[in-house]
Each structure stands twice: as C-alpha cells, then as structure tokens.
Design a protein around this ligand. Structure first.
Ligand SMILES: NC(=O)C1=CN([C@@H]2O[C@H](COP(=O)(O)OP(=O)(O)OC[C@H]3O[C@@H](n4cnc5c(N)ncnc54)[C@H](OP(=O)(O)O)[C@@H]3O)[C@@H](O)[C@H]2O)C=CC1
Ligand SMILES: O=C1O[C@H](COP(=O)(O)O)[C@@H](O)[C@H](O)[C@H]1O
Length: 502
C-alpha cells in the first residue's frame, strides 16, 4: 500500500474507533424487523470495535412477557448468523436489558424509569415503531419524568404520511424536546458513498466546476431492490413506495447531489442547503402526474432465479398500492435550469443496486466524427454507486492502441471502496447510532427538510388519487413498467446500464 493510501486509512479509522460517551439507549420496537435486522447487529459491531464504553446499556422495550427471555435469544441467533463467536455474543448480550411495557400505556413507564435508575449517562430513545406511536411515546416519557436535560429521541422514517401528519408529530415532539435533541433518521445518509458525495463534489475542483446545466445533460437516481413485501404488509400497503422510499431516501440523495456548497461541513449549514434544493424542486401537480410520474406494482414473475408471486398475492387482497415509482423532475435554480432529473425506485426489480448516474453533455464539436472507422463519441458519464460494490466510476472515450485506423471506444476509470481503502464500509446504522450518542446531527434530517419534502410529495399523492389511481403492472424480476422507459426515452435519453460497474 502506498504512503498516501496508508495515511487515508489511518484518518478513516481513528475517529471511528473513539469510544462514545457512556450511554443508555432505549429501543422501542426492539422485537421489530428493523431492530433485529439492523439495530442490534450495528450495535454489536460497534461493541466489537471497542466504541461502546463498558458501563453503557441497551434497553429493549417489548410488549409480550415471553419476549423478555425470547428476544435476547433471537438477537443471539442473528449475531451468530453474522459470524460473531459465542463469547462475543455473550459480551454484547450482557449490555442488554429487556423491559416489558406497552408504549401506549402511561402506567407502564414506571418499569422503564426503574430500569434506567438515576444515572447521568446520555439517554437516547430510539422509536423503531410505526410513526403513530411517536407522539404518545414522547408524551409518556415526559410525563413519567424519564427525560433528562440531555436526552435525545430518534425518529424513524417515514415521519408521518403527509405534510399535515408530519407537522403534527414535529409540533408535539417540539413541545417536549428541542430540535437539537431530535434525530430524524434516514439511514441512506449514513451510507459511506452518500457521505462521499459531498467529498467528491467539494474536495475536487474537477467535478465542482462542471456540476451544472452548463456541462450536465441529465441525472438519474436509481434505488432498485429485489426484495418484495416481506413481513411488512401492515405498514407498506398503507404507505406505498412513494412515501417509503422517495419522500426520504431518494430526495435526500437528490439534495446531496444538487446542493450549493455549504460554507462549512456543519449540520445546519448542510441542512440549510438541502432545504433550498427541496424548495426549488418544481411541483408536479394535478394531471401533470400522468406525464411526469410512473406508478407500478409488481405482478408474478421470476425474481432471483425463482418464481415470484405478485404483490397482491403476497398481500392476500386486492390493492392499488405502488411498489415502483419513476419521476422526471427539475430543480428551478440557475445551476440546474433545464437539466432533467430522473428518479426510479422499486421493489422486486431485476437487480439490487442504487446509484446516481450523471451524464455530461457531448463535446461541442467532434473532430473525430468524420474519421472512417471511428465510433460515435459517447458523452462522459459519472456513476456514483451506493450498493452493492460502492464506488465511483467515470466513463471516458479512449483511443484503441494501434497504428491502424483511429478507433475510439468508451472505457471506465473505476474506483471501488473495498479495493481503494482495504477497509469494510460500515453499515449506515453503525455510524448513525454512534452519531446520536456523540450529539452530531449532520447526517440527520431537520424538521423543515422533512416538511419541505412532504410539500413536494403531497401534490403527487393528490394527483395520483384523481388522475392516476391504478399503478401499471410489471413482472417481478423486470426493470419496472414499460412506461418508465417511455418517461426517459421520449426525451431521447435512456436509463444508465446497471452493468457498467460490473
Ligand atoms: N424494517 C425496515 O427495513 C425499516 C423500517 N423503518 C421504520 O422503522 C420503524 C419500525 O419498522 P419495523 O421494525 O419494520 O416494524 P415492525 O412492525 O417489524 O416493528 C414494530 C415494532 O413496534 C412495536 N410496537 C408496536 N406497538 C407497540 C406498543 N404499543 N408498545 C410497544 N411496542 C410496540 C412492535 O412490538 P410487537 O413486536 O409487540 O408487535 C414491534 O416490535 C417504522 O417506522 C419503519 O417505517 C425504516 C427503515 C427500514
Ligand atoms: O427504509 C427503507 O429502506 C429499505 C432499503 O434499504 P437498503 O439500505 O437495503 O437499501 C427498504 O427495503 C424499505 O422498504 C424501506 O422502508
């Protein structure tokens, strides 16, 4: 490894391993899908890295008596599957205390108060529950005098189901905790490549100079999943994909891609700029939803090599909930005027991958165009891949070596995180959970950001109700409805090829 890479590695790893202050972390919804799949494994990983101080504790809130004993066993099973040895699992479980209570019943909070005791450790409350529990939990914590002057609350996305419900949650929480101790989580902000977007743009003059309508032809943001409904029918069928993925993750990616340079890397400076982008997003209203958006729902098909059921078969009832969304949008600012931005996200698609693909404008005049044997010049394309194989790829035109006829072909400069740094990219929740305890809000959404995002989403939802009530069907394992291809191709462009990074 060369000297520079070596230095970068040290810079990367030293702050990551600094222990956080002693804490008590209370997880409401400890037996839920998110907690089991993501939160406990992330905390166990941090424990392995020595980031969690000895005296710190994790308190899991469960409703059923059998979960008090049963849940630690389930956590242990998950950690075993991830390859953690038995003694290390035991060391992690040692931190875990289960508290049985119903979050909606104020009288049950006495048990939590007793379990927490009088310690001066940082208290954080992770509400890994449906959003309709956010207000009662905060109010009950306050009434039971469990909140200390440094307590934080972590709210999962999506925050509410529209602007009105998001405001109601924000208003109620604001009566109990200040904004500086309210952490609205969007785990995409904890992904390494997403954080690297700011570095790529603002630490490299090369890109920043060409980051505008002057040089960029179009931008595509794709978040494609192969999974379907899973065990989340109760939540997902009511929410739909626009609320589940676009209102938060996809718009956050768009914001970080498009923001003006903040004056420094500080939570509010970055968040101010994100709000400006959201405010400049051109609204899609009324019948325009038919022209600028595509709704889809997967039907039966072949996904990941096996026959897959359609959404309504998995759900067990008829539904018009969308599992796929594509949107053509524009940001009305000097920097972005006239640049079409295409968003595409869905479940049960052909491949799991998320990326931002930036296609630059072609050269203004090709001196090679008339040369015999010369291919057409492709425009340069920058691909920022979030998952899998996170990295950055730049497609350039190159001369094929040889003294025969001039031949020009596209080739890639390929920078993958795993090979470039030789370190594992931490899971988003590993980073975000410790940021809360350290009190760093940079990677969390501020109230006005969330509300501004809903302000853009609400008219689309209303437009769908009136003008686009039924989603188009697509086969599980495909790339979504053909209308999504039409959305981009009618402008003479096409979706970036996911194989580019392979
Ligand atoms: N799952 C995921 O991949 C992601 C989820 N999210 C968000 O995280 C949150 C949780 O999601 P998820 O884990 O999937 O949901 P689940 O339905 O799997 O879990 C919800 C949890 O809340 C608990 N709960 C419900 N009501 C009460 C109550 N009155 N008192 C105490 N506990 C209660 C449930 O307890 P019980 O077990 O007793 O029913 C359950 O453990 C949601 O806001 C979701 O939008 C965000 C990103 C990804
Ligand atoms: O928030 C959510 O995200 C996941 C996708 O997260 P990823 O990190 O695996 O890309 C999605 O499956 C889920 O529906 C949504 O609620």
């Amino acid at each position: 490894m060369d000297a520079i890479a070596d230095r970068v590695l040290k810079l990367e790893t030293v702050p990551e391993r600094t222990p956080v202050p002693p804490f008590d972390l209370v997880i409401f919804g400890a037996g839920g899908d998110l907690a089991l799949r993501k939160l406990f494994p992330a905390l166990a990983q941090r424990n392995e890295e020595g980031v969690l101080p000895e005296e710190s504790r994790i308190l899991g809130i469960v409703r059923k008596a059998e979960d008090v004993e049963g849940l630690p066993n389930e956590v242990a099973k998950k950690l075993k599957d991830s390859g953690l040895p038995a003694d290390r699992i035991a060391a992690f479980l040692h931190r875990l205390t289960m508290v049985q209570m119903d979050a909606l019943k104020p009288e049950t909070y006495a048990a939590l108060k007793t379990a927490l005791g009088d310690s001066d450790r940082v208290r954080s409350f992770y509400l890994s529950t449906p959003p309709d529990l956010f207000i009662p939990i905060c109010e009950n914590l306050s009434k039971a005098e469990i909140l200390t002057p440094t307590s934080r609350v972590i709210l999962e996305k999506p925050l509410g189901r529209d602007l009105a419900s998001a405001r109601a949650i924000n208003d109620a929480v604001a009566k109990i905790l200040p904004e500086s101790r309210t952490y609205r989580i969007d785990h995409y902000l904890g992904k390494e490549t997403v954080q690297n977007l700011l570095v790529l743009r603002f630490a490299n003059t090369l890109f920043e100079r060409s980051w505008s309508s002057r040089d960029i032809d179009n931008v595509q943001i794709t978040v494609a999943e192969t999974v379907g409904l899973e065990q989340r029918a109760g939540y997902y069928d009511k929410a739909g994909h626009l609320r589940d993925m676009v209102q938060n993750h996809v718009l956050q990616l768009l914001c970080l891609f498009a923001i003006e340079p903040p004056n420094l890397l500080e939570a509010d400076a970055v968040r101010d700029e994100k709000v400006r982008v959201l405010k400049a997003l051109r609204p899609i209203v009324g019948p325009d939803v038919q022209r600028y958006t595509v709704r889809g729902q997967y039907g039966p098909g072949v996904a990941e090599g096996a026959r897959a059921k359609g959404y309504v078969d998995e759900l067990g009832q008829l539904s018009n909930t969308e599992t796929f969304v594509a949107i053509r949008c524009e940001i009305d600012t000097w920097r972005w005027a006239g640049v079409p931005i295409f968003l595409r996200t869905g479940k049960r698609l052909a491949q799991r991958y998320s990326e931002i693909a930036v296609t630059f404008k072609p050269v203004p005049h090709s001196i090679f165009g008339a040369a015999p044997g010369c291919d057409q010049l492709n425009a340069n394309r920058l691909v920022i891949r979030l998952q899998p194989d996170d990295g950055v790829q730049l497609q350039l035109m190159m001369k094929v070596p040889g003294s025969g006829k001039l031949k020009i072909v596209p080739r890639q400069l390929d920078l993958r995180y795993d090979t470039a740094f030789g370190v594992r990219s931490p899971d988003a929740y590993e980073r975000l959970l410790t940021d809360v305890i350290r009190g760093d809000q940079t990677l969390f959404m501020r109230r006005d950001e969330v509300e501004q995002a809903w302000s853009w989403i609400d008219p689309i939802l209303a437009g769908w109700q009136e003008y686009y009530p039924q989603p188009h069907r697509y086969a599980a394992g495909s790339w979504g409805p053909s209308q999504a291809i039409g959305l981009i191709e009618r402008e003479g462009r096409s979706w970036a090829d996911p194989e580019l990074m392979e």
